[in-house]
Design a protein around this ligand. Structure first.
Ligand code: GRF
Length: 199
């Protein structure tokens, strides 16, 4: 079995990154994590990745004259790692069309809502403010529109009486950690054809 080489892009604590790293330790998992790239040098996830012996890089967009230059440098790093698949895991930057198109069908994201509902930020607070009864999370292909790409896996989580954004997000995070490794497994093994989903 040739394992697909995966880079994970993060900005923060990296709990989804951590479960992907753990999943990829199984000998029959079809992907290996070859690098973790953060747009924040202080992202706690970077240190976790290093503890696992994984290559890391951090790049602040503010140090570049343009988003294109920032993303070109990201591309160079990903190419130096010979990456096949990119996983966004709490990466808090909107990516430009050229970068997204370069990775079309090979870049996935985890989003804490039942897409296409609640794209963007603060999903838990927005669901509660709307009196929603059900919430959840989605792993989806990344396309140029924010949180718009086709879903790969999605899980519903009931909103409970007394839920706060924190309690709701903690319950949803448990499901995120279940479906993200599974979605990456589907993509990396070829069981899921990106061509069929995206065309
Ligand atoms: C997760 O809730 C994920 O769905 C969202 O950002 C958060 C990242 O958390 N995209 P972590 O860094 O993986 O712990």
């Amino acid at each position: 079995m040739t394992r697909k080489k995966v880079a994970i892009l993060i900005s923060g604590r990296g709990s989804n990154m951590s479960v992907l790293i753990e999943a990829a330790k199984a000998p029959d998992y079809p992907a290996e994590i070859v690098g973790v790239l953060s747009n924040r040098a202080a992202a706690p996830g970077l240190e976790i990745a290093q503890q696992h012996g994984i290559a890391t890089a951090s790049l602040a967009q503010s140090k570049f004259l343009s988003r294109d230059m920032f993303e070109d440098t990201m591309t160079q790093i990903l190419e130096s790692w010979e990456v096949d698949i990119v996983c966004l895991a709490g990466f808090m930057r909107i990516l430009g069309e050229d970068f997204v198109n370069r990775w079309q069908g090979r870049m996935i994201n985890i989003h804490p809502s039942l897409l296409p509902d609640y794209r963007g930020l603060d999903t838990h607070a927005r669901v509660l403010a709307d009196g929603g009864k059900v919430h959840g999370c989605t792993v989806h292909f990344v396309t140029p529109g924010l949180d718009e790409g086709p879903a790969i896996l999605q899980v519903q989580v009931p909103v409970l009486p007394g839920d706060t954004p924190e309690t709701l997000s903690a319950r949803i995070l448990i499901e995120e950690h279940r479906i993200y490794p599974e979605a990456l497994r589907l993509l990396a093994s070829g069981d899921l054809s990106a061509d069929k989903v995206l065309n």
